[in-house]
Design a protein around this ligand. Structure first.
Ligand code: ATP
Ligand code: MG
Length: 245
């Protein structure tokens, strides 16, 4: 197979100075994410999972190693985070534990806003937002404000927002932590479908053991390091299901 990775993290470190001591939140981590791959990051609290996403997501610079996109190094120690902002906006969608929607905007407006910030005209942004939300099963919820949506629906709006400008990489930090098991499973299945259908690379930090079967690869962290990588493409896992996203 000659695919090349969308994201390559190489020997990445993130050390924090705390008085006399150095906290090695991330301590020499390497991995790749390929288009269409759903990668799970697991490990105990404090093992560096969220730090990994901050570094991979170009929200923080590594203190060692580097991060490359499509083979090109974009982030390394001493670089400029501000200089990465546009690149990040085009290339990476983020989903967090809480949907963090703007409360006074409707579902469609929350999604369209992202596009309008990117200078897409309002009518086109609205149309794209409606299509995306409909594809995620929220066609009946376009004009609802977040307070009128369930937690799972809010999280799907957040996913639609992250997908609005069609980024090749999606990063999610415990996106199902605030959901019950049924809704959590639905959100994880949605990530699976997005990886399959859009061929996005997706990295999800999760504590939810019930959906691990959906992932292609599980990367286990401990003390800022990768301690195990499990290839998880079981023959049993259904092949891509075209449809939703
Ligand atoms: N800005 C910071 N300054 C100092 N230490 C930090 C900072 N951010 C994270 N850490 C430390 O780095 C380690 C890794 O933190 P991180 O948030 O990445 O863990 P995590 O695996 O996401 O944990 P959780 O499962 O609880 O979310 C922890 O010991 C944390 O206290
Ligand atoms: Mg975390």
């Amino acid at each position: 197979m000659t695919r090349s990775p969308i994201l390559s993290v190489r020997d990445a470190a993130r050390h924090y100075q705390s008085g006399e001591t150095v906290i090695r939140a991330l301590d020499g981590v390497s991995f790749d994410v390929f288009p269409g791959e759903l990668v799970g990051i697991v490990g105990p609290s404090g093992s560096g999972k969220s730090t990994m996403l901050l570094i991979a997501g170009l929200l923080e610079l590594p203190t060692g190693g580097c991060v490359a996109f499509e083979g090109e190094i974009v982030s390394r120690p001493g670089g400029s985070i501000a200089g990465l902002r546009d690149f990040r906006r085009r290339k990476i969608g983020f989903v967090f534990q809480k949907a963090n929607l703007i409360p006074f905007l409707t579902a469609a407006e929350n999604v369209a806003l992202v596009l309008q910030i990117d200078d897409v005209p309002a009518a086109a942004a609205r149309l794209h937002a409606e299509r995306l939300l409909a594809a995620l099963g929220l066609g009946e919820r376009l004009d609802n404000r977040p307070a009128r949506l369930s937690g799972g629906e809010q999280q799907r709006v957040a996913i639609a927002r992250a997908l609005a400008n069609d980024p090749p990489l999606l990063l999610a930090d415990e996106p199902t932590a605030a959901l019950d098991s049924v809704r959590g499973r639905q959100v994880m299945e949605l990530f699976r479908t997005i990886a399959d259908v859009r061929q996005a690379g997706i990295v999800v930090v999760t504590h939810d053991n019930r959906s691990l079967d959906l992932f292609d690869r599980l990367v286990e962290f401990s003390d800022g390091r990768i301690v195990a990588v499990t290839d998880n493409r079981p023959a049993a896992r259904p092949a891509s299901r075209p449809g939703a996203a």
